[in-house]
Write a protein that binds this ligand. Structure first.
Ligand code: UN1
Length: 496
């Protein structure tokens, strides 16, 4: 493991190599400012080399029997288990989330590896009768080629696994650009894949920025599939730039997820679910609960309890056992989060708690923001419409179930939603009517499991899903095969 060194390289065709231009960038801990490592600031030329390596490797890899590819993924899953603690420790240093969550992040990759490893013995297609005699019909999944993988920093092991692991089981090869805030975790991910037996060239890492590395991956003519988790703006640009080559584009973009709390809800449970979903990972999840839509009969009670619970949360470095909420990722993030506090105030919402950068006692040079709750928020306000990606949530008062669902659906995003109620009829109506890719009943908005589709409606994406069986549709093409064993010409739709 290369962690003791501080200077890292790209991984192309099975070799660790410097970037062609020799420029570098740094990864620093958001909790302390400590240098984690120096990484190559790569260019289009480096991407081209990686794509060439991945294109070469594809010719063999696509022919490796899928169960054998699965065995490599089982080994990878086991290696992740063996390294779970050191990866979690590294994650809490490199991007700040608390240790329990960092372990969960690694566990998600373990689960994905075992799930997709097993898929090596399934990858089901269909067999179906022919309309003609002595003729056999089937459909099979085919790999596509080189997959461009662009990942964010908030789930630095889990999200690469959601993309790379299914891409591999399907027989594709990969060019991977990890987030510039978490390059070391991206590098460790690929080191472990190589150790598990993924052949040279099958997975390549090119470190660097979206404008250089990401853009070249998206435009490269030999990368037929691009998968991105990132902002809506980046997603739109990726789709446009990939259009010239009619690429398959899989996008996982923003969220503005709502928890609905009805008048019959278990309020203790609701408070726990909301605090976990709004402030876990310092609110830096696509699935974070950034709106809480509350029935007027329980609004005052819930608001009071939420403020007490939020003020009890302890800020600090993620590696300290007593910490509930770690730092946010970088200076730009803290500025953006704080700008929404000003926006909320200007819009006339009541700032109930938080709303400021936290410093002092044990926080050192870290980038901490106090868990923030706004009350009296109107559904149309910017703090109730725009993704903040930080520990800020907005309470909206409603009169009944229908108004709650209307408010929940009244945003451009559609990733996750949740409802707290004891009424089974209203729970089922919510499951039907909430226009999101994921809905929770009596739980917060976070906590997706790897064997179900993950993704959202509307501006959250472009209709694809990752994880579960749905991921296979991103990384394969269907081929329909007709075998005529009659020994004569049989014309479909014409002959009997
Ligand atoms: C994300 O924030 O992009 O359900 C992913 C969850 C996690 C994954 C979140 N399992 O919140």
């Amino acid at each position: 493991m290369a962690v003791a060194e501080k200077s890292f390289r790209n991984y192309i065709g099975g070799e660790w190599v410097d970037a062609s231009g020799g420029e570098t960038f740094e990864s620093r801990s958001p909790a302390t400012g400590e240098l984690i490592g120096t990484f190559p600031k790569s260019s289009a030329e480096d991407v081209d080399r990686a794509v060439a390596a991945a294109t070469d490797a594809y010719e063999d890899w696509r022919l490796v029997p899928a169960p054998k590819r699965g065995e490599i993924l089982f080994t990878f899953g086991q290696l992740l288990i063996d390294h779970k603690e050191d990866l979690a420790q590294l994650m809490t240093r490199e991007m700040g989330k608390v240790l329990a969550e960092a372990r969960g992040d690694v566990q998600e990759a373990v689960d994905m590896s075992f799930y997709m490893g097993g898929e090596g013995r399934r990858l089901f297609g269909q067999t179906t009768p022919s309309e003609l005699r002595d003729k056999f019909n089937m459909s099979v999944r085919m790999p596509i080629g080189v997959v461009g993988v662009i990942t964010p920093w908030n789930f630095p092991i889990a999200i690469p696994s959601w993309k790379i692991v299914p891409a591999l089981i399907c027989g594709n090869t990969v060019v991977f650009k990890p987030a510039t805030d978490t390059p070391l975790l991206g590098e460790r991910f690929v080191e472990l894949l190589a150790e598990a037996g993924v052949p040279a060239g099958v997975v390549n890492v090119v470190h660097g920025f979206g404008g250089d590395v990401g853009d070249r991956i998206v435009r490269h003519p030999d990368v037929p599939v691009v998968t991105l988790t990132g902002s809506r703006e980046t997603g739109v640009a990726v789709m446009k730039n990939a259009a010239d080559h009619l690429k398959h584009v899989h996008l996982e973009l923003g969220g503005k997820n709502a928890v609905i709390v009805l008048d019959d809800a278990d309020l203790d449970l609701a408070v726990e679910g909301i605090v976990w979903s709004a402030f876990g990972t310092s609110g830096q999840r696509c699935t974070a609960a950034s709106r809480v839509i509350v029935h007027e009969a329980v609004y005052d009670e819930l608001q009071g309890r939420l403020v007490v619970a939020a003020e009890r949360l302890r800020l600090g470095p993620g590696w300290e056992e007593s910490t509930d909420v770690g730092p946010v990722i970088n200076r730009n993030a803290i500025e953006k989060i704080h700008s929404y506090t000003d926006i909320g105030r200007d819009e006339g919402a009541s700032l109930l708690t938080g709303g400021e950068v936290a410093s002092g006692d044990g926080l050192g040079e870290g980038l901490y923001y106090r868990p923030t709750i706004f009350g009296d928020v109107e559904p149309g306000m910017r703090i109730a419409q725009e993704e903040i990606f930080g520990p800020t949530t907005a309470l909206i008062r409603v009169r009944d179930f229908d108004e709650a669902v209307r408010a929940a659906n009244g945003v451009r995003f559609g990733l996750s939603s949740s409802i707290f109620t004891r009424d089974v009829n209203r729970a089922f109506r919510a499951m039907r009517d909430l226009n999101t890719g994921i809905t929770y009943v009596n739980a917060g908005t976070i906590g997706a499991e790897v064997h179900l589709p993950f993704g959202g409606t509307k501006d959250t994406g472009n209709g694809h899903r990752e994880a579960g069986q749905a991921a296979l549709d991103v990384f394969t093409e269907w081929k329909s095969i007709y075998v005529d064993y009659s020994g004569r010409l049989q014309r479909a739709q014409i002959d009997d």
